[in-house]
Design a protein around this ligand. Structure first.
Ligand code: PMP
Length: 405
């Protein structure tokens, strides 16, 4: 499709080379999680085999090694997303924990009774529920930017929702249930013109498009390692240094303190203040290796290749009788969400699994997004750079063979 060679990168992913139910595995569940290159698996197992130690505060050699590896991973991720400094990167369990951290620090100190938080109609539950919990506790109000029938955020309506009470805009970059690429650059520019900070949920964009937090001028940005070919259980919160520095801690415990007495505790600066307890050290090391891998392949090349593959797949699906695509934004990434006639999406997914094709079925943790289109569940096939036209052909051929209802 382009100069990029998916067959070469496939060789780096051991999990892709297996038979499932008698067929070569076709992994089209990348929006849920991605497979891992050998370099990530090796980095994690090498850490446990040779360098394993808790980090910080120790005189011994393995502690120094594991601390260097952990902090080295932070530097890699800072470079990967264009952060000004590594201390702007907080290691957490993933996108969900990162949004909850912002809700419980920024939210608890800057958002009060009658203040407003704006999200879009196509958010993952992880970018809805933490704000609802905050709203319940504080009396704040959650406002929702509508989308059009293609699943595109209506920018004029967004601008109209901003008021003197708006304290935060929290938006997804790519919608996980529909694949819509949200124009976060414009959203940030509009919000900043009103003095309102913006959190970008990059969980679904980071595997597909280059991210530069400085160019975006994002105030917060969150992502999950497991969706960018890294381990599960590790992810990051990016925040502008002065903004993070102005926030109180959320979880309390070891690592995040300067000095503790029973009367009073003084907290560390960035990023330790937000990293209470022993983190997923091996996970961070693996995430560093994933970022190295992605930078080697190159996100611009990945984005161009996937764009063409998504168009090819869309054209293939449009040929299938009775198939309705949910989410037809002009600017999409990775995701093909659809229903077929009146066949239960779960039955479609089971049918595909018998042919070795892994797709997701259900509400994809985005019930309001799907209900906007009058459905409770879809089948979701989601692409990554290691998918090929053959993968898409296998999906399309299988869907043509669905039993007529
Ligand atoms: N936001 C979006 C857009 C997502 O796609 C996901 C994962 N499906 C999340 C948030 C939550 O990520 P995690 O489960 O890794 O915390």
């Amino acid at each position: 499709i382009t100069g990029f060679d998916p067959y070469r990168v496939r060789a780096d992913f051991p999990a892709l080379h297996q038979n499932v139910n008698g067929h070569p595995l076709v992994w089209l569940d990348n929006a849920a999680t991605t497979q891992k290159p050998q370099s990530v698996i090796d980095a994690t197992s090498h850490f446990y085999a040779h360098d394993n130690s808790n980090i910080h505060r120790a005189a011994h050699t393995l502690a120094a090694r594991s601390t260097d590896l952990f902090e080295g991973a932070r530097e890699k991720i800072a470079r990967f997303i264009g952060a000004a400094e590594p201390r702007e990167i907080v290691f957490l369990r993933g996108t969900t924990e990162a949004i909850n951290l912002v809700a419980n620090t920024f939210g608890r100190t800057r958002i009060g009774n009658g203040d407003e938080i704006i999200v879009t109609a196509i958010e993952h539950h992880a970018n809805i529920v933490p704000w609802q919990l905050l709203a319940q506790a504080t009396g704040a109000v959650l406002k929702v930017v509508p989308v059009n029938d293609r699943g595109e955020v209506i920018l004029e309506q967004f601008a109209a929702l901003l008021t003197g009470r708006t304290r935060l805009v929290s938006v997804t970059h790519v919608a996980n249930a529909l694949g819509t690429v949200v124009p976060v650059e414009e959203i940030i520019a509009i919000a900043h013109a009103h003095g309102v900070p913006v959190l970008v949920d990059a969980a679904q964009s980071a595997p597909h498009v280059p991210i530069d937090v400085k160019a975006l001028d994002a105030d917060f940005l969150v992502l999950s390692g497991h969706k960018i070919f890294g381990p599960t259980g590790i992810g990051i919160l990016y925040g502008k240094a002065d903004l993070l520095e102005s926030l109180p801690p959320w979880q309390g415990g070891g690592h995040m303190i300067k000095d503790v007495t029973f009367a009073k505790t003084a907290y560390q600066g960035l990023p330790e203040r937000f990293e209470a307890g022993t983190p997923d050290i091996a996970g961070a090391v693996g995430l560093g290796a994933a970022v190295d891998y992605l930078q080697q392949v190159g996100l611009p090349a990945i984005a161009a290749y996937e764009h063409a593959l998504l168009e090819y797949a869309t054209a293939g699906l449009e040929e299938i009788a009775g198939l309705r695509l949910i989410g037809t934004a002009r600017h999409k990434a990775s995701v093909l969400s659809f229903v077929v006639k009146d066949i239960d999406p779960h039955e479609v997914a089971k049918f595909l699994d018998r042919r070795g094709i892994a797709v997701r079925s259900g509400h994809h943790c985005a019930q309001p997004a799907l209900r906007r289109f009058g459905v409770e569940a879809t089948v979701r096939a989601s692409l990554a750079f290691y998918n090929t036209r053959e993968d898409v052909d296998a999906l399309v051929t299988a869907l043509h063979a669905l039993p007529k209802s």
